[in-house]
Design a protein around this ligand. Structure first.
Ligand SMILES: Cc1cc2nc3c(=O)[nH]c(=O)nc-3n(C[C@H](O)[C@H](O)[C@H](O)COP(=O)(O)OP(=O)(O)OC[C@H]3O[C@@H](n4cnc5c(N)ncnc54)[C@H](O)[C@@H]3O)c2cc1C
Ligand code: SF4
Length: 567
């Protein structure tokens, strides 16, 4: 196997987080090699085509990820769940930030201190039994400068609700303090959004526009959004979406310090006898290469982060890299996104144009923004009423018990109502538990013969109670807006997902965490880990901006402490 020229840093995976981390490293003058399993995609590759994007899963269907879809079982005694046909995540320069919805949320102050804040307000007994939750080793204030940098670099639009403690009710009054306004104003609202916001205010809630890594005007050299309606699993054909492929990665390349190697499938991270990382092995065009590096940053999304570590066995780490304390794969959880609600209205919503990041958010029932004393759960949910109506999904609507599910009466019902129904995005707190974890599947393998990741996880009582509570609140909102029928969906279980957390959790205690407060391994000091796999709580908001802020912070820490970490 050829050994390549040694570099300062290898970043494995140039997605949402690895693609951010390369910029501060390159700007600090470090030589960076980015090894990415996918290739470059350009605006011309992104067609507004629901069949291709959402059903035939282009381009993921033909990619590495497709052969490594994690298996799932709700618990160690349960049979496996059906394996999904399509991996949600992307291989490509930019990773899943190419086709994600781009909602770009910060966590709330409570999310970093769930154990201590819950104990202080309600007593220690309110932490659900069996949960392994810990306070983060950092606070929102520690992460705020990095949220700010990333918002500026990738271009986030929104309306601030708390600038240095000054509350502005046009934004999210529950957010933690931020140093300044968003780089761009929020995505516009339609008449439908205005109606939902006005109804929410009428019942005493605090609606605001959701933040998005989507340009609302020209930003840098990129266009504003044209609200064309195929943003959900579609890349942006005008580069208005702030994917790292069009923001931080090209900026890092311009420094001359970043080399991007595409179609490079990393199979293992190598270590020496002292347990220090020496570089990575990867396969490109069927050839294996060893890329030596002083420091390795792993950024392959939660499932592959855990899998790569567990597959990287050595004398120093017989159970997988950085796993001598048995913590790799533990404290896994995924966002509680099920338990949906659907509503039927007696008027058209005009949702044919628009995008899923464009909408009205409510945080009154998120996190600890309301009194839980009379309740029997902790946490809550964000409610998001958004625009996204594509022909096939519109015609897949429920008939709400008002028409048969086939034949001419069904066709007539769908024709009249395809633009009269809505379902919100409800993201709810999930906690980590001792029996929810990731490991290697004993039988299912990828084409290279390596086991895929196995998820053993299910929602518990706390999540089920939040789900029912949030469905009540959503029904209240829809009914107040004039819904003539409302129905509820099941919570489901915790199969492979786009919001997967934990497995390499960040914390000060090496007995219960894989990485330290800066994102570096407790056991292999020149290995950093990026992505939501380091997050110990999810809050009620999408993970990516937080994972990107953490990635910048880890990379910045490395650049500042180069000698100490690189050795
Ligand atoms: C349809 C959809 C909508 C979403 N919407 C939102 C949203 O609105 N807001 C939000 O916050 N989040 C959203 N997400 C989630 C978001 O995409 C992820 O949180 C984010 O992309 C994770 O960043 P990451 O860097 O960990 O992983 P990714 O962005 O997936 O990047 C991982 C990279 O690693 C590469 N890689 C993997 N294995 C290897 C290997 N062995 N060797 C080399 N390279 C490898 C992959 O090719 C990929 O480029 C959405 C996801 C999907 C699928
Ligand atoms: S809706 Fe806007 S951001 Fe999304 S793909 Fe279309 S133009 Fe790009």
């Amino acid at each position: 196997m050829p050994t390549l020229k040694k570099t300062d840093v290898v970043v494995i995976g140039l997605g949402a987080t690895g693609g951010v981390a390369v910029l501060p490293l390159a700007q600090a003058g470090l030589e960076v090699v980015g090894l990415e399993a996918g290739g470059w995609l350009a605006a011309k590759d992104f067609a507004p085509d629901e069949l291709r994007n959402n059903f035939r899963a282009w381009p993921q269907a033909a990619q590495k990820a497709q052969h490594e879809i994690p298996t799932h079982r709700p618990n160690a005694r349960a049979p496996y769940s059906p394996r999904p046909a399509i991996h949600p995540m992307m291989n490509g320069v930019g990773g899943t930030s190419l086709h994600y919805w781009a909602q770009s949320w910060r966590l709330s102050p409570w999310d970093f201190k769930v154990v201590s804040e819950t104990t202080k307000r309600y007593g220690a007994s309110r932490i659900p039994k069996g949960s392994t939750i810990e306070d983060w080793p950092i606070t929102l204030a520690d992460l705020e400068p990095y949220y700010d940098i990333v918002e500026q670099e990738i271009g986030v639009s929104g309306k601030a609700g708390n600038i240095n403690g000054m509350i502005d009710s046009r934004g999210n009054i529950f957010e933690g303090p931020r140093r300044r306004e968003y780089p761009m104003p929020p995505l516009r609202w339609s008449e439908w959004h205005d109606r939902m916001a006005s109804v929410a205010r009428g019942i005493g809630w605090h609606p605001f526009p959701g933040p998005a890594a989507i340009n609302t005007k020209s930003y840098g050299n990129r266009s504003g959004c044209v609200y064309h309606g195929y943003c959900n699993r579609g890349g942006c054909h005008v580069n208005a979406k702030g994917s790292t492929a069009v923001t931080t990665i090209p900026k890092a390349q311009k420094t001359g310090k970043l080399s991007v190697v595409t179609q490079a499938h990393v199979t293992a991270i190598e270590v020496d006898a002292n347990g220090r990382v020496t570089g990575v092995t990867y396969i490109k065009d069927r050839e294996a290469y060893f890329q030596p590096a002083s420091v390795v940053l792993l950024a392959t999304y939660t499932y592959e982060n855990v899998r790569t570590l567990l597959l990287s066995k050595s004398k120093a780490f017989p159970n997988g890299l950085s796993n001598n304390h048995g913590q790799v794969g533990r404290h896994y959880f995924s966002h509680n996104q099920g338990a949906g609600v659907q509503a039927l209205f007696p008027f058209n919503l005009n949702n044919w144009y628009g995008l899923p990041a464009q909408g009205v958010a409510i945080d009154d029932w998120a996190d600890d923004n309301f009194d839980h004393a009379p309740l029997d759960f902790i946490g809550g949910g964000n409610m998001f009423v958004y625009s996204d109506r594509r022909p096939i999904s519109a015609a897949s609507m429920s008939t709400f018990g008002k028409a048969p599910a086939w034949g001419s009466a069904w066709k007539k019902f769908v024709k009249e109502n395809a633009d009269r129904w809505h379902n919100p995005y409800l993201q709810k707190t999930t906690l980590p538990y001792e029996d929810n974890y990731l490991d290697l599947d004993p039988t299912v393998k990828d084409p290279l013969g390596a086991p895929v990741c196995r998820i053993t996880a299910d929602f518990k009582d706390n999540e089920r109670k939040i789900a029912a509570f949030m469905q009540d609140k959503m029904e209240q909102w829809y009914r107040a807006a004039g819904a003539v029928a409302v129905q509820r969906g099941p919570l489901g279980t915790m199969g492979p997902t786009t919001h997967a957390y934990g497995g390499t959790r960040m914390g000060s205690n090496p007995d219960t965490n894989v990485v330290d407060a800066w994102g570096f391994s407790h056991e292999a000091p020149n290995l950093g880990i990026l992505g939501a796999s380091v997050m110990g709580t999810s809050g009620a908001h999408n993970p990516t901006l937080t994972a990107q802020a953490l990635a910048w912070r880890t990379a910045g820490h490395l650049a500042k402490n180069w000698k100490g970490i690189a050795g």
